[in-house]
Design a protein around this ligand. Sequence first.
Ligand code: TRP
Length: 442
Amino acid sequence: MDERATWATRIGFILAAAGSAVGLGNIWRFPFLTGESGGAAFLVVYLLLVVGVGVPVLLVEFVIGRRSNRNPIGAFERLGHPGWKAAGAVGAIAAFIIFSYYSVVGGWVIQYVVASFTGGYGADAEAFFLSTASGTNAIAYHGLFMATVAGIVALGIRNGLEKAATVMVPTVVVLLVGLAGYGATLDGAGAAYSYYLAPDLSTIVGDAVSILPAAAGQAFYTLSLGMGIMITYASYIGEDRNLLQDAGVIVVLDTAIALLAGLVVFPFLFTQGIEPGEGGAGSIFISLAGAFQQLPGGELLGGVFFLMLLVAALTSAFSIFEVVVSYITDTFDVNRVPTALGMAAVLFVVGIPTALDLTYLDAYDLFANNILLILSGLLLSIFIGWVYAGEAVEELGKGRASDGRIEAIWLTTLRYVVPIVLAITLALSVRDYIGFLQESFL
Ligand code: TRP
């Protein structure tokens, strides 16, 4: 049981962790939430949460993973606090729900790849999105995405794909930069930038209350936090590694890509005369399909773009398999292949409602991100801040020259700032969610 693999190279761990973080969350979910939640005010709250909550919690997961050398549920036993397994379990449930509909959105991306190469997205970008997003075609492509993930994991060619991602992710960035540059030349750019980048500071404190659940949920989602993913990945790394540095690289990369996606989406939406919140979950698809449609050679460009997005989505998707497969193979004497295939089958079925009706997608998404991830983050921060502080500080100090100052700031943040912010967020999220359920299903 004890001879666990370690990452062969420093870059291997960073790539896998960044591959998990960078995905549909940055390019699909971030711009659509920003559009629905009021633009620049959302951006400000989101960025504050990434720095003030996301970074400390990412370090918590790294510390738990490396210290325990275990999957997120076994970890707490190994650290001598089996009762805290509950924190790992909440995260595992969240990851499960998220993955079931992530695959549905992945299926939309596949449909856009196909459409790019076979005649385009039709005259009406909004109608095209709606026909993509639900119905039997959405279920079929959800199945295809799931089968691809399971197949790649079962065949053991995941590493190859992660290497491919070293090429793909920079390609996504280059394409986004190019699209943002083109967006800057459009008529709607000025209005888009002021919507996206110029917060109204006079109302931001009041707005923050309504923004908090979505912004905090997104901060966790995009960094793959609160699901045990980073615990699992860090369980394979050596003590010579500087966890702070690795966290910094991942957070900066992830945040930069999300910000860039916003710079692409909003100019196109404003120019097409679509209200920023109106596109909903379709924002990125509607705005880009509309733009690619008009550009010379746009469909080829679109095909390349959506293909790259698909790769980014796949590398995120592997991370969840890694968690579950590592848990099951750590705990029981079973094989990787049947585990991966069985899980894919169950996840496929669980995701089906979200492929039939976008309201279900919202119901899954809000519950997992705004409630479960926040709860998991709250438990993890209390555990490290109040129960396991001494050992955690020692673990964070490994692999770098440390005078203890950063550890002290980290610990204070985990004891006070993170739990208070997350407890308030959780209360607001539960209230909002009850409202959402009443409005949507009663
Ligand atoms: N971080 C990923 C992204 O930004 C999303 C993600 C987080 C995810 N956890 C996941 C995807 C679990 C699949 C399964 O896209």
